[in-house]
Design a protein around this ligand. Structure first.
Ligand code: HEC
Length: 124
């Protein structure tokens, strides 16, 4: 009993101390809500599938990847992707850019949406 009392707190302290280092070494964790995106998108540079690659999307002009065929609507949108425009887009792509060919209804929950946007901002 006495041994357990001594060992358990030590083990916990060790785990906690190791945590920040482990997080820093890993790429940003994918939020659960991002798995829906992977049906149509990759996060690898220039690897388009049904949708354009999301690598480097932050700071990019909408519809600007040279090797992907975008809708006219997104090409004409004048958007540059940042935290605010991505949040609006992911609230309702069809409302933000009527005529877009992204067939996705949006993420209604603001907290889940923010997790996805924060993750997108790390894909550099
Ligand atoms: C069913 C397929 C599908 C799903 C699911 C989907 N997308 Fe898309 N996405 C597309 C398509 C197709 C386009 C191109 C839209 C256009 O040209 O109008 C696109 C475009 C985009 C763009 C604009 C990229 C650029 O280069 O301008 C972003 C950002 C984006 N999607 C993010 C997401 C995120 C984040 C999710 C998940 C929450 C998601 N998409 C889910 C198909 C999808």
């Amino acid at each position: 009993m006495r041994l357990i009392r001594r060992v358990v707190p030590l083990a916990c302290a060790g785990l906690l101390a190791g945590l920040p280092a482990a997080l820093a070494a890993e790429p940003a964790p994918r939020p659960a809500a991002f798995s829906a995106c992977l049906a149509c998108h990759t996060t690898e540079p220039a690897k388009n599938t049904f949708g354009p690659s999301l690598f480097g999307v932050a700071g990019r002009k909408a519809a600007s990847l040279p090797n992907y065929t975008y809708s006219k609507a997104l090409q004409a949108s004048g958007i540059t992707w940042d935290a605010a425009s991505l949040d609006q887009w992911l609230t309702s792509p069809q409302k933000k850019v009527p005529g877009t060919k992204m067939p996705f209804p949006g993420i209604p929950d603001a907290a889940r949406r923010k997790q996805v946007v924060d993750y997108l901002l790390t894909l550099q």
